[in-house]
Design a protein around this ligand. Structure first.
Ligand code: MG
Ligand code: MG
Ligand code: MG
Length: 321
């Protein structure tokens, strides 16, 4: 029997890679133990896959908790698919219309994929897919092994920027504590710092690699919009590459027929974002954030979350263009 593939979004982050691994584990536990049988019968084995290269933080995390990187898979044609950490067509596997989506487990706005049949669709408005997953483990009575707990914890630390992001919920903190206990991690701050350091590794990377490290496409009121994010412990690390990053998003904009591309340069310690912007109509920036673009960028104090603090105001601004 052909397997079900679990896939996170394009330009995968630690949550997207990690939650694909964790969902596959949980799915296979459901299959073996029958703990989901009262809702749905599971016949196929789940296999995690990825749509792109690992970022340095994810590499560190997989090593730290002893996981192999999932295989690369970018075409969904004829496959059964579980979506992790997204439900937007622009972010999902190619030819999703020729695939069968059997489940979605996420923590974002609902995207634009649709299914002809009822499916398992779990989405809590929390800081990380791993938080949604912890709730699901508990709900279905499946035990979490230490290495899976570590991977889940790392996903939460990554997505919530160690609980600094406004996306962080009480549930995320509660779940992180439980996972740390299972994983045997006493010093959560030390883990977070190691992850931030790995995440901040920009030396020797091409501008294009940096732009695409954490990059998402959106359809905003019919306009093609890209929003990338680089999170670093200090913006000083980006001082030398900022010009090149700006040139790169300008290039990508014209190559890809974009209306706008925004690149968030997020300072984890200062807890704010310098946002580079290229746009056919730069007034969207002031409409969205109440501050005009100053030259190439705008400083957004306290802004760390693309999902909660950047995409929704941009969607609103584009709707009123
Ligand atoms: Mg993600
Ligand atoms: Mg996520
Ligand atoms: Mg993120």
């Amino acid at each position: 029997m052909s397997p079900v593939y679990v896939v996170g979004h394009k330009n995968p982050d630690t949550d997207s890679i990690g939650s694909a691994i964790v969902i596959a584990y949980l799915w296979n536990q459901w299959k073996e133990t029958g703990k989901m049988n009262s809702i749905m019968k599971i016949d196929e084995e789940a296999v995690p896959v990825r749509q792109g290269d690992l970022n340095p933080e994810t590499e560190f995390v997989l090593n730290r908790f002893g996981f192999e990187a999932p295989e690369l898979m970018t075409d969904g044609t004829g496959k059964k698919i579980i979506l992790a950490d997204h439900s937007d067509i622009s972010q999902t596997i190619d030819n999703i219309d020729k695939a069968e989506i059997v489940a979605i487990i996420d923590h974002h706005k609902i995207g634009d994929v649709t299914t002809p049949n009822p499916i398992l669709f779990i989405n809590f408005p929390v800081g990380c897919t791993m938080t949604s997953l912890k709730i699901l483990f508990d709900l279905t009575g499946v035990e979490i092994p230490p290495n899976i707990a570590g991977l889940m914890l790392a996903g939460i630390v990554s997505d919530t920027v160690a609980f600094k992001s406004v996306t962080t919920t009480e549930k995320c903190k509660e779940v992180a504590e439980e996972l740390a206990k299972i994983a045997g991690i006493d010093d959560l701050d030390a883990l977070a710092m190691e992850m931030f350091k790995a995440k901040s590794d920009v030396a020797g990377k091409s501008p294009r690699d940096l732009v695409y490290r954490d990059y998402k496409d959106f359809d905003m009121s019919g306009k093609k919009v890209g929003v990338g994010q680089l999170e670093v412990v200090s913006l000083d690390l980006l001082a030398d590459v900022k010009d090149a990053l700006y040139d790169e998003i300008s290039k990508i904009k014209s190559e890809g027929n974009y209306h706008s591309i925004f690149l968030m340069l997020t300072d984890i310690m200062k807890e704010g974002t310098e946002m580079l912007a290229v746009s056919d109509d730069t007034s969207v920036v002031e409409k969205a954030f109440g501050k005009p673009l100053e030259g190439r960028s705008v400083w957004l104090d306290g802004v760390m979350s693309r999902k909660k603090q950047v995409v929704p105001p941009l969607e609103g601004a584009f709707a009123s263009l």
